[in-house]
Design a protein around this ligand. Structure first.
Ligand SMILES: [Zn+2]
Length: 193
């Protein structure tokens, strides 16, 4: 592939020119189909789903949107393996909470306390990893829309920090989806059109 900015020869799969660093559209990439794998979802229902699953749905959201997110123009990609691990550890952490409650009820305070400390620590690690991943998705959206497509979409750092996937889903619904509304795509929770 020849860079349209400086005419340097690049690999067909390159996202950036090796010489001038400007963004390249990989050959065979259909810009009109970029968002077809992203799933639209009602943000309120997403919040309810995360609450009802006691947080387990939070990493699952990444797994469901992964293909669509990785289909966007960016050399940053998200990996489903990480989120499968987080979902399992979140579930185990919930079970550990119940278990430590039972142990505590039996009067073994020291043991229950140790379990709580361990899983509080794991919860913090998970929170930090999820914040990193949420910002990675934000960066992918920013790269795709603003660097490649030359749009002027704002993806708020503050909202990403405080609202995580709920804000990202809001961005997907409002910025991405509008551009392929009318395409025949199935949604888990269709919003009224
Ligand atoms: Zn170039």
């Amino acid at each position: 592939m020849i860079c349209p900015f400086c005419n340097a020869e690049n690999k067909d799969s390159a996202f950036y020119c090796i010489v001038c660093g400007k963004p390249l559209t990989p050959s065979g990439y259909d810009v009109n189909q970029y968002a077809s794998k992203l799933k639209k979802m009602n943000v309120v229902l997403l919040i309810i789903l995360v609450i009802l699953t006691l947080g387990i749905y939070y990493p699952i959201w990444f797994i469901r949107q992964r293909e669509g997110i990785n289909n966007l123009l960016s050399d940053d990609k998200i990996d489903s393996g990480l989120f499968i691990i987080i979902a399992i550890v979140t579930a185990l952490s919930l079970l550990a909470g119940v278990y430590s409650g039972i142990v505590e009820a039996k009067g073994d305070w020291g043991y229950a306390g140790a379990i709580n400390v361990l899983f509080n620590l794991i919860d913090w690690v998970i929170k930090i990893v999820l914040i990193i991943e949420v910002f990675k998705v934000r960066k992918i959206l920013d790269t795709h829309f603003n660097t490649y497509l030359g749009k002027n979409e704002r993806f708020s750092v503050i909202f990403t920090l405080f609202f995580g996937i709920f804000y990202l889903q809001f961005c997907l619904n409002s910025t991405v989806i509008i551009q392929w509304r009318g395409n025949n795509t199935t949604f888990l929770f269709p919003l009224s059109q």
